[in-house]
Design a protein around this ligand. Sequence first.
Ligand code: ADP
Ligand code: ZN
Ligand code: ZN
Length: 801
Amino acid sequence: MNVAKVVVDVPVAQTNRIFDYKIPTHMAKSVFPGMRVIVPFGPRKIMGYVLEVTDHSEVEKIKPIDDLMDITPILTSELLQLGKWLADYTLSFYISTFQAMLPQALKASYEKEIHRLSDTLPHSLETFFCGRDYITYQSFIDEGGSYYSLQQAIQAGEIEVIYHVHSKETTKKQTMIYSQVEPLQLEEAIANLPKQAKKKRAILQFFQENREPIKKKQLYMKLNTTHATVKQLIDDGLLKEKKIEIYRDPYQNKEEERSRPLPLMNQQKQAMAPICEALDYSQHHVFLLQGVTGSGKTEVYLQAIQHAMKKNKEAIVLVPEISLTPQMVQRFKARFGAKVAVMHSALSKGERYDEWRKIHRKEVQVVVGARSAIFAPFENLGLLIIDEEHETSYKQEEHPRYHARDVAIHRAKYHNCPVVLGSATPSLESFARAKKGIYQLLSMPQRMNEAEMPTVQLVDMRDELHAGNRTMFSRQLKQAMEERMKRKEQMVLFLNRRGYSTFVMCRDCGHVNNCPHCDIALTYHRNNQSLKCHYCNYEEKKPSNCPKCDSDTIRYFGTGTQKVEEALQEMIPEANIIRMDVDTTRRKGSHEKLLNKFSNHQADILLGTQMIAKGLDFANVTLVGVLAADSMLHIPDFRASEKTFQLLTQVSGRAGRHQLPGEVIVQTYTPEHYSIELAAMYDYDSFFKKEMLIRKTYQYPPYYYLTLITVSHPNQLKVMEITKTISLLLRKHLSDQARILGPTPSPIAKIKDRYRYQCMIKYKNEPNQRNILKKILAYFEGDMRKDDLFIQIDLQPYQLM
Ligand code: ADP
Ligand code: ZN
Ligand code: ZN
């Protein structure tokens, strides 16, 4: 076994394959699949992942591995397989998928340290440690230490290797105080103390009873003492202080309040039973748990996880990044305590590495996290849960362009275990699969405690205009807000993300011009006063009068949150407003701070974008306002109606979750649009039927698959040429059933001085597609490397801008 098959860290098509390296004798028995190694590659030394260890190579002369980066595998054999599959599935490089599975901290060449876990080490190791608590890995290797003895000691639990992440937060150590002498000796010392040494006496008495180390700060507080006093006892040899590494637990300050499983309601029991059955019989099923907001889905997740844990299985729970609020995390911590790791992007690199390490060391059985937590290196998975499964943030918008749902299902098949997809408003794709019986549908239509969903009032902004109200607040909303101010209740105002509004609308009748072929809103191009379809390139002049009502009030649509805040403040000067958007939440922790402020009732109004739409639970909020439902409805995306429906439903779920009844006011120029009308009635089924018809007519998912190819380059002519060539090649090589739309400028036609063009494939079944696309990429590889050309292929696009 002296050959290692290695994927190297050179993310280009030519090197996207496996290379053979020789395992030198001093590394014999020390190289395993899933480890990273340093290998010579041309004139350089680079990192690579060992996929396999064998005893033969087809290549005649192979170079030896230079060094080991890991002493134990960091990727399991399952994850290695998963990475290979995912790379092929998403047309990414192997190296990119492996890298995507690891925390950032592991990706750079951080210094390694070998830490002692046991007082007695085998002689062969102790000679390196010489009594020290830890030594650097480099010194160990430099002094001729053997990889093999290192691995043996790791397996025996005598030492561990940790990656030293260089950042401020990494060296989180805590000083512990303990007594290293017997209680009898303490007794003697106490007897010898002078009478007035009350503090010292108290301390020693404390350690007579408490033999465990205690945090220094805690000791000072408990016994109302100071460092000077403790220091004297340390100098006398009675106490000892020791620095230990602690995990950087961002949630540690909250005193853990344990929660117990609630007796389940009927609908919860009915949802739980099939999940537990699949768990008990190790069956792979995908369950779609459709439950309105507040129906008790999270409680079902918690108890299903508990069931998995009882069987010694592990669980992964994905929640969208923005709903990883302290509130949500706290619910899992309260139920499972230290058995939970939490992973999301607001953690520092070091913190995320700590959480990952807890999983890797099998110290936790549950991970709650955003998208990438789906790669948690568990080896005994029993349950995978994706909450708010319709959220588009589960799709990664950079290499590898994977969807967490696909990865979850792939992993669950491997582990023979169930997947639970939860949502109040499932994606059309998932609901269609449930209808076809591919997924199993579980429904929870009732809210807990019989609470009603709040009533939704649609306000027609056309009427406001006709009544002479030219502000962005309708009379109804204004009045409702003033009432809340009087009653000292809180409100949430919702505005769609800025920069999304690209369309023009008739303010008289709400009409928006759609593409006759694609049924998406046409995008307004100011420079030549035209309207353009960004899927198929259809174009028309911007009309001066509305084609429907002949009014001349056709206007560009959209307002930023800051402008709304100003107008709001002007209208209700005494209101305290918290604005939450990308600008006010850029800094780490600011998101949480603003929410805390609102939850402590230090503000009357929370004004924000998408990020306030989910997961939040405030008892005192009785009014939710949606300022412009249309801005979501007319984004140039075939999912615009679906997104509008989901968003309105979700936003409404924020009101009246507790004792006080809630009210929702939605302002719109098109109250008759089905996605707005049906969202106001909480009628998912009718929405699904209506929307499916449109998808069928215009050939969109879930009836057809889409592939989006985006090309960008500083030179516009070049981008056009290449996109055209690509679409010609696709027309030639794909089957006649495939439809190729474009080339056309992307909805965002220029980003950072780079022009962007796209073409789109609509297809039912093209088994050859990936091969063709790979060849196209290979064909342009030279230009991509040398000429700043960028070709991006998205086989399951969710972001169509
Ligand atoms: P969802 O995740 O569907 O929005 P939650 O699980 O958050 O719903 O439940 C909504 C509220 O009802 C929470 O406050 C939760 O503690 C409570 N709840 C859930 N299940 C039960 C139950 N079986 N008995 C009593 N209260 C429950
Ligand atoms: Zn009109
Ligand atoms: Zn079109």
